[in-house]
Each structure stands twice: as C-alpha cells, then as structure tokens.
Design a protein. Sequence first.
Length: 396
Amino acid sequence: MFESLGMAPPDPIFGLTEAFLKDTNPEKVNLSTGVYSDASGKTPVLAAVKKAEERILKKETTKSYKPIQGAPEFGEIVQELLLGSGHEVIVSQRGATAHTPGGTAAIRLVADSVKQLSPSSTIWLSHPTWANHPNIFRSAGLRVRSYSYFDKANNQLDFHKFLHALREIPAGDVVVLHGCCHNPTGLDPDREQWARIASVLTDRKILPLVDLAYQGFGEGLEEDTVGLRELCRPGCEMMICSSFSKNFGLYNERVGALTVLARSQKEAQAVLSHVKVSIRAHYSNPPAHGGTIVTTILHNTKLRSLWEGELRQMRNRINGMRTLFVESMAARGVPRDFSFVREQKGMFSLSGLSKDQVQRLRDKYSIYIVESGRINVSGMTEANMATLCDAIASVL
Ligand SMILES: Cc1ncc(COP(=O)(O)O)c(C=O)c1O
C-alpha cells in the first residue's frame, strides 16, 4: 500500500517554522506561525495558567473520561465569555457548547454537521482567509467558495464588495466570518458594518459560522465580541468556533469550543446530539487539562484578573510593535507607506510584500514570512526591529 507513495506537501506555515529552527543565522527572525512571542522572542506560559495548574494538580483526584461534549461548567463559562452573562441566549438556554481540542476541531465538527444535515450547502470563506479553512471544509467533502473582503490596493476592508457578495449567496449556505482580528488581514468590520452584515444574513437565511480565535487580542475581551453580539439577534441560528490557544497561550493543550445557537433549547440540544455523534467518531471526548485550566482561571476572581492583565500586556505589546514598525520603515525613506499596519487588529498584518520579496527576505536575511506576505507582528521585538526594517527596505 505504501510502496509508490510520494511525500505530501509540507504545511506551508508549520513547514516554515521547521526551516527557521534549522537556520543557523544568529540574526534570524520568525514572523510566520500564529503564535504570540514576548519581547524576548519567547512564547511564555502565562502566570495565571501556572497558578491554575498548581491548584489543579493539588485537587485532581481522577483522570477518568470527560463527557463527550466536555464538562458542563466549561460550556457555561464559554457562553458567558462570548455573549456576556445574562444574555438572552444564556437565559433561554438556546445555546449548546461542546469543548473541543482547539478551534480547529470545532470548525471540523461544524463541517461534519453541515455535511450531514445539509450536504448541498456551500461554505463561503473570505478572500483571503486562514489557510486551514479551505482544507478543513474540503476534507469533510464540502464545496468551498470565497467572497470579496480585502481591498489590496488600499490595504482596507472592501466593505461595499463584501456586502454585495453576501447578498448574492444562496439561502441555506454557510458563511464563515472571523469574529475579530481577521487572519490574515487584521481588518475587521466596525459595529455598524456588523449590524448590516447581520441584516443581510438574516434576510437571506444564511447560516453564520463565527470563527473567534483571537478574542482579547484586538481591542479587549468584550470589545472583540461586538460583531458576534450584533449577529446574535433574537431567534438567530449560528455556529461559533472559539479558541483558547492564543488568549490563554494554551496552544499545545488544544482547548477550544463549538457553541451552537438554535431557536430553542430543544433545537440546540438536538444539534448538540448530532455533534456528539461526530465527536465520538473523531476523538471520543476532549482532553481535560486545558479546559480545566480555563475554567479554573475564569471562576476565580484573582486568577481572572491576573489573566486579563496578561492578555492586555500581549495586546499592548503587539500594538507597540505596530507603531514602532511603521515609524522605523518611514525613517528609512522607503517608497511605500506602511501606516496601515498601525490600524490593523490582532496578531497579523498583510504586509503587501510580494512572493519574490518574501523569498529574498528568507534567502538573504533569514527572515521568515509566509508566502502571502502575512506577518505575525508579535515576532517583532525592539531588538530585531532595525535588522528587520533594513532587510525589508532593501528588498523593496
Ligand atoms: C482564524 C483561525 N481560526 C482558528 C484557528 C485555530 O486555532 P487552534 O486550533 O489552535 O485553537 C486559528 C489558529 O491559528 C486561526 O488563525
């Protein structure tokens, strides 16, 4: 069976980090993977996480399986974080949450559910989007198409084209929306634009899938759910895939959630029952540790405020690097205005660097950026900024 098998292509993003690790240049810079780095270039374990783990270790009495959808208190805390306590969805219990191994698994479960419940539905993704989105939906056997999102010439959200594209989508299809900190562009709609998106989706009976992988990295925990909460109108149906990889720094613990919003508690439970069948077939039940960390932190006032402070620090550092980058590029008198980088939200920026420029940055300067020109801003530090900007100025 394996004899004539060639190698599958390496993952375009994880493959770059492998190449970066092998690079012996002491001045190398990694701006590729979507992992937060601090001012010293490290991806730290948050202090709130370490403290929660100490408590968990002391209190833990069993390693027995979690329920298929995870612990009920995890689901409750996820809904509160997404929608705010006392939200109509929470009060009426028309939402159901499953703890998943990362946001990726939540998206895969949505893909399976759509394939099962509405196999002819098409999945609509923004152009551009996170590179794994099309993989996930295609591997579940679904048809994928894209809608306009980005105005490349002006480095802006092309809201007019975006809304127009949404209006053309047939009823019963699924639209994937980045809840905040759009990956890769860093461009999000504002509150008023979200309200207009919500009206189109409701009128056209399109199911929104909100992918919220960076809550707290844009403007704040509450602020980053403004889009989600605008979409969440009375009686709406929705799928929300959230991730704790970035905002809790729990990347390798694989913690995420799938939250289904239906018109009633009964319908939400029915959808969840199908999701549970799918979970059982994929990974049976979720890993416990990361979910317990999240619940422990969010249930404890002191740990929660420590975590919120650490999240604020990550956000502020990224924004500081955005400003420093814009100023450093301007100081080099390059023939391109990078001020748009300061306006973008979250970890990423679509830099506008061409494939050829990205290649030269890697070959000549050991600066690693994904082919699309997407930059992980958190890979920038005060220490590497001059090297980075000199290199970019030279390839421009
Ligand atoms: C837009 C987007 N969605 C979902 C994810 C999934 O994250 P994870 O599976 O690591 O929780 C990521 C991770 O990079 C992402 O960028």
